[in-house]
Design a protein around this ligand. Structure first.
Ligand SMILES: [Zn+2]
Length: 144
């Protein structure tokens, strides 16, 4: 099954295709980036803007910190049927310099990661329902 046939578990968080990107917003006035999308008011305390552009964020970044989680993620993250501990990484985006926390791709443990490591956004199947594959985005160590 091709990757493009998968449906995102949450619509509008990332783009389709072989080079997926997270979708965020950027404040029209102060230029601050947000992910998940911020659309009502700017979180910059010095900015009163209510106007935002939807933007595709850098698809690569570098690890700022990482850990293993032993409890189920809160909404809007959706875990599979049986909860298993998973690795998460806080990654600083290449261009925007904002830190985005996300699950790490299947098969990677904290021992496989190090601070400053280059990561990229990937889309992985999370579960199948009624013949449709549902997908989430994750951080994956970038192949050099
Ligand atoms: Zn702003």
């Amino acid at each position: 099954m091709s990757q493009s046939a998968m449906q995102p578990t949450i619509a509008g968080w990332f783009t389709d295709g072989d080079q997926p990107r997270l979708i965020g917003t950027q404040c029209c006035d102060c230029g601050t980036y947000f992910f998940p999308k911020q659309e009502l008011f700017c979180r910059n305390p010095n900015c009163t803007s209510t106007r935002f552009d939807e933007v595709e964020l850098s698809r690569t970044g570098r690890i700022w910190s990482y850990t293993k989680h032993y409890y189920a993620p809160p909404e809007p993250y959706i875990s599979g049927e049986e909860f298993e501990p998973y690795t998460i990484a806080a990654v600083e985006l290449e261009t925007e310099k904002m830190v985005i926390l996300g699950q790490v791709a299947n098969g990677f443990e904290p021992e496989d990661l190090h601070t400053g490591q280059e990561m990229e956004v990937v889309v992985e199947k999370l579960y199948e329902q009624d013949g449709t594959d549902y997908a989430v985005w994750k951080w994956k160590p970038k192949a050099s």
